[in-house]
Design a protein around this ligand. Structure first.
Ligand code: SF4
Length: 229
């Protein structure tokens, strides 16, 4: 089994098992338009998706389009995104990005990769997640879960997200790339935790070559009978 790292992982089987395990897997951020998803992704850095979902309904009601974000009073915007953490940087990032959207794209979010990457604060992870979830365009958005699980599963030895993305797009069929990301995100949250993966109850343990799997918990010792009884 030690040679598993050198063998190609049966990706189709991996996705099939994870699909059965996490049929509810989907992007955890709530959104109703590409702009809302872009804003949620900018806010999600160093925060949790659940926290962002708490903030965004009121935020999107007050700032319904790129023009209102671009023209927002910065102090008010900071207040509106305060709970997401790093609120000063994030408020500034939203305003700057939406200003560019208004100036370059009439306030619409482009689906073109190069146009997205040219927007301030938008990197490949955000662009791929946005394209995949807003328009269904294949791609791999390498977030913390996708990176960690891909490494443990032996799909990559890289640590740089752009290089991990390259390794993954070579191995995951285009039509499964978006689903693959959702599945890894859910499996990462529920089972393959960063600090202590729950390998004993992992559905893909047989396929996983990770050498430092968490061993099963030792069975509880049976109470010994007293020899005086
Ligand atoms: S066996 Fe362990 S390390 Fe491998 S995917 Fe499952 S939880 Fe993660």
């Amino acid at each position: 089994m030690g040679s598993r790292t050198r063998q190609a992982l049966p990706v189709a089987e991996l996705i099939e098992v994870l699909d059965r395990e996490h049929p509810d897997a989907k992007l955890a951020l709530d959104f109703a338009s590409p702009l809302q998803l872009l804003v949620a992704l900018i806010l999600a850095a160093q925060s949790t998706d659940a926290k962002i979902n708490e903030i965004t309904p009121a935020l999107f009601a007050e700032f319904p389009d790129a023009t209102t974000f671009a023209g927002a009073d910065l102090a008010r915007l900071e207040q509106a995104v305060h709970a997401s953490g790093f609120f000063r940087q994030k408020a500034r990032a939203l305003k700057t990005c939406c200003t560019a959207l208004v100036e370059r794209h009439g306030g619409e979010v482009p689906s073109d990769m190069a146009a997205l990457l040219a927007l301030p604060g938008v990197g490949r992870k955000t662009a791929n997640i946005l394209r995949g979830n807003a328009w269904g365009i294949p791609g791999i958005g390498v977030d913390t879960h996708v990176a960690r699980l891909s490494q443990r599963l032996g799909l990559t030895v890289q640590t740089d997200p752009d290089k991990i993305e390259l390794d993954l797009v070579r191995q995951i069929p285009e039509g499964r790339q978006i689903r693959f990301c959702h599945l890894l995100q859910f499996h990462g949250r529920r089972v393959c935790h960063a600090r202590k993966p729950d390998c004993p109850r992992c559905a893909i343990a047989d396929l996983c070559p990770y050498p430092d799997k968490t061993p099963p918990a030792p069975a509880a010792e049976k109470p010994r009978r007293s020899r005086w009884l």
